[in-house]
Design a binder for this molecule. Structure first.
Ligand SMILES: Nc1ncnc2c1ncn2[C@@H]1O[C@H](COP(=O)(O)OP(=O)(O)O)[C@@H](O)[C@H]1O
Ligand SMILES: [Mg+2]
Length: 271
């Protein structure tokens, strides 16, 4: 499934070929191909159990693939552990964000990576944090605010800014809008576009087709651990749901067919 509807123009950052992952007798992923280019947002969608998180964990160096090849910037690589993935330029924002509630934004952005571990240069860290957030046009009043007082969207922003600190080439976001309201979701989607405009490759996992369509350049569907289609954001809901569920005869497509069958908008027929 390498023929992509929209041909992206950026350099190929990440390329998976035939990646499989078994947990004992469970095949979580089978023969997965995936390409991500610089300056491209790829949405990874699929039902629960489709293998999305397993794929992200392989790219984050948390799990090792059972077979298959991963290339990063044209070279075959082994992502032996999370620090190998980070060093290479793959940053991951996991769903739980892993922020410290009681620390301020600067401390969270630099957690574990203090500029000068012996004698922290607080001013330099504050300036760097502020610059990063400004570049992302983040709506954060003060970098000395503690995370506990931030909204869900602002927390996501801090987590994303934190992942950009090491200047990655690829960023993986697991359900970045799952817990957010409408305004905060829009804020995070804007942020993702800004990350893409910096030339990064972005992989976003989402259950929300509206969000996916709003931000993705390509939509990659997984089903039961396999590739099940690549779509452009103008794909219909019906096409996407069919690919996700594997059924062409689901309630979404039935409803669409009924609508087409009665242009005069008469009563809903019994089915
Ligand atoms: N650590 C694990 N051990 C055993 N099975 C796992 C493990 N992680 C995931 N799986 C299985 O792999 C499949 C894919 O899961 P997952 O990647 O979490 O899907 P998704 O994120 O798309 O919901 C599921 O059948 C799940 O039960
Ligand atoms: Mg998951």
């Amino acid at each position: 499934m390498i023929d992509t509807p929209a041909v992206p123009t950026g350099e190929l950052v990440l390329s998976l070929r035939g990646v499989s992952k078994n947990f004992g007798a469970v095949s979580a992923l089978t023969d997965i191909d995936l390409d991500v280019h610089a300056g491209e947002v790829v949405a990874l969608v699929g039902d629960n159990g489709a293998g999305k998180s397993t794929l992200v964990k392989i790219l984050a160096g948390v799990h090792q693939p059972s077979s298959g090849a991963i290339s990063f910037q044209g070279k075959q690589v082994v992502l032996a552990d999370p620090s190998a993935a980070l060093t290479l330029g793959i940053a991951t924002v996991f769903q739980d964000l892993a922020l410290c509630e009681n620390l301020d934004i600067v401390a969270n952005i630099f957690l574990g990576r203090e500029l000068n571990p012996l004698r922290l240069d607080e001013v330099a860290m504050e300036v760097r944090a502020w610059t990063l957030l400004n570049e992302l046009s983040a709506r954060i009043p003060s970098v000395r605010e503690v995370v506990a007082s931030l909204s869900g969207g602002q927390r996501q922003t801090v987590a994303i800014a934190r992942s950009l600190l090491l200047e990655p080439k690829l960023i993986l976001l697991d359900e970045p809008t799952a817990a957010l309201g409408v305004a905060q979701t829009a804020e995070v989607l804007n942020l993702i576009e800004r990350v893409r405009d910096r030339g990064l490759g972005v992989v976003i996992i989402s259950h929300n087709m509206e969000d996916v369509r709003a931000v993705a350049d390509r939509i990659v569907v997984l089903r039961l651990g396999r590739n099940n289609g690549i779509f452009t954001p103008d794909a219909s809901n019906q096409e996407l749901v069919s690919a996700i569920t594997g059924a062409s005869n689901n309630s979404v497509s039935r409803r669409a067919e009924r609508r087409q069958a009665r242009p005069d908008h008469t009563q809903e027929p019994h089915s």
